[in-house]
Design a protein around this ligand. Structure first.
Ligand SMILES: Cc1cc2nc3c(=O)[nH]c(=O)nc-3n(C[C@H](O)[C@H](O)[C@H](O)COP(=O)(O)OP(=O)(O)OC[C@H]3O[C@@H](n4cnc5c(N)ncnc54)[C@H](O)[C@@H]3O)c2cc1C
Length: 439
């Protein structure tokens, strides 16, 4: 039984650590923060367990769902499963598109047939997009921006505004004008192009740390491993064995997986090699604004897309009714703003978003929440632009000739997906296999 160290207990690090533990190895998992989970973690506000940001998964996230099951979490109870949909509050106009529970591609055909808010030209454009992309097997010869792809596929302005723009920003956290069309197509392959269950949307009922990282920590400790929250690794050295320095203590390991954000990984590797190959990424923010109302306040659906309107001082893109996910959160709405930089202070922003909900849902009381909590993750995801270089998980540093016991994990590493939980989880599994040298 070998001894491996994983640096960083985000979803990538937890995935790597569980994979190593599952294969019978002893794992030490180090995490700077006191709370496990990285960019998908719990936090407490106003006595309530919230998340640092509202997350949504797809039925196609096979590795993530398998990992939950391995760590003892039942995806059926932990996640609310909804059919593929894009619905705006009926009071605000916009579209209503819900895929019925039928085999693919019937689910898509019927969703299109029944969709409201789209005219005949919009529906034909969407059907054309889907069939052409299928014919291309969702692959481009040369990557371009999503805006260029939509123009090439003759998509209508209405469809771009109501469907493609919100979908692209939600999935890639990058606007259509600069987002990678190839990565967008890879995501669509799993929704528009996949079998029905893969296109389902899954919303966590548990807080994000309880959903995976805490269960993963438990799994690792039961396998004889150790989890060290509040323990940052500042320096790595290789002298036939790995040495990990915290500033106070030194730990040893036969192999190391660096599952920190890209910049920290580059800083840890820089003294070991000038050729680590981790590029400098640019990042996009995501803001989640929680608005708490009396317990009886609820939406007609678990979540809605929201329309951009020039008269709004701020523009929330999606609103989630957390009370429909967890009864302890009755009356709590979460409004999400992806990609654009927020200029207002948090109080002004929360007031503007509450006013937007009141107007869009025709419920004046929503303008006056009991309290609000706004969280901005400034480096939520890398900007997912065309032709981006993402490093492989397997690391071979020329300066450490023959050393194969080092790998990278993280949502920024090589993946067909954008920065998502699934990209992070898959990277963790790939990194574990790389240090173990198994296919
Ligand atoms: C607000 C928000 C909303 C999102 N929405 C979605 C969504 O709806 N669906 C989806 O799939 N994805 C979503 N994402 C993206 C998803 O959360 C990330 O892709 C994923 O969590 C990244 O995991 P990771 O393990 O690669 O990185 P991280 O979560 O960044 O983990 C890296 C960890 O390393 C730790 N660390 C750093 N330095 C050290 C060190 N020196 N020593 C020890 N530990 C260290 C950090 O503290 C951190 O815990 C969202 C992200 C945000 C922020």
């Amino acid at each position: 039984m070998a001894n491996y160290a994983v640096i960083g207990a985000g979803w990538a690090g937890c995935s790597a650590a569980v994979e190593l533990s599952k294969r019978g190895h002893r794992v030490q998992l180090f995490e700077t923060a006191r709370t496990l989970g990285g960019r998908a973690r719990q936090l407490i506000s106003h006595g309530m367990m919230l998340d640092n940001g509202q997350h949504i998964l797809l039925g196609a996230y096979r590795s993530t769902l398998e990992l939950l099951t391995t760590t003892g979490i039942d995806p059926k109870t932990a996640l609310l499963r909804l059919p593929l949909q894009m619905c705006y509050p009926p009071e605000s106009g916009g579209m209503h598109f819900v895929a019925p529970r039928l085999p693919a591609p019937l689910h898509l055909a019927l969703a299109l047939w029944n969709a409201t808010g789209l005219n005949r030209a919009d529906k034909l454009a969407l059907a054309r997009f889907s069939s052409t992309a299928r014919w291309m097997d969702w692959q481009l010869n040369t990557d371009c921006t999503v805006a260029e792809l939509l123009a090439r596929f003759d998509q209508t302005d209405n469809l771009i505004r109501l469907m493609w723009q919100p979908l692209c920003v939600a999935a890639l956290n990058t606007p259509v004008s600069t987002a990678s069309a190839q990565v967008f197509l890879s995501v669509l392959k799993d929704s528009l192009g996949a079998h029905r269950a893969a296109s389902d949307m899954l919303i966590p009922r548990y807080d994000l740390s309880s959903l995976l990282p805490l269960a993963a920590a438990n799994y690792i400790e039961q396998g004889g491993g150790q989890v060290y929250p509040g323990c940052a690794i500042h320096k790595l050295q290789y002298k036939r064995q790995w040495q990990l320095h915290t500033g106070q203590d030194t730990y040893t390991a036969d192999g190391v997986i660096i599952a920190t954000p890209a910049r920290t990984a580059a800083a840890l590797l820089a003294p070991l090699s000038s050729q680590h190959g981790i590029p400098e990424f640019s990042y996009k923010a995501i803001t989640t604004c929680y608005l708490k109302y009396p317990a009886g306040t609820t939406l007609a659906r678990p979540f809605y897309a929201l329309q951009e309107r020039p008269e709004h001082a701020a523009f929330g893109q999606f609103v989630f009714d957390r009370g429909q996910l967890n009864p302890q959160q009755a009356g709590l709405l979460a409004v999400v703003i992806s990609a654009p930089a927020i200029t207002q202070d948090h109080t002004t922003l929360a007031q503007a978003l509450a006013a937007q909900l009141a107007a869009d849902l025709h419920k004046p009381a929503l303008a006056h929440p009991e309290w609000s909590q706004t969280i901005t993750e400034k480096r939520a995801t890398f900007a997912c632009t065309p032709g981006l270089h993402r490093p492989q998980q397997k690391l071979t540093l020329p300066e450490l000739e023959g050393c194969t016991s080092l790998a990278l994990a993280g949502d920024y590493t090589a993946s067909p997906y954008p920065a998502t939980l699934e990209a992070a989880v898959q990277s963790g599994i790939a990194a574990a296999k790389a240090v173990l040298q198994t296919p």
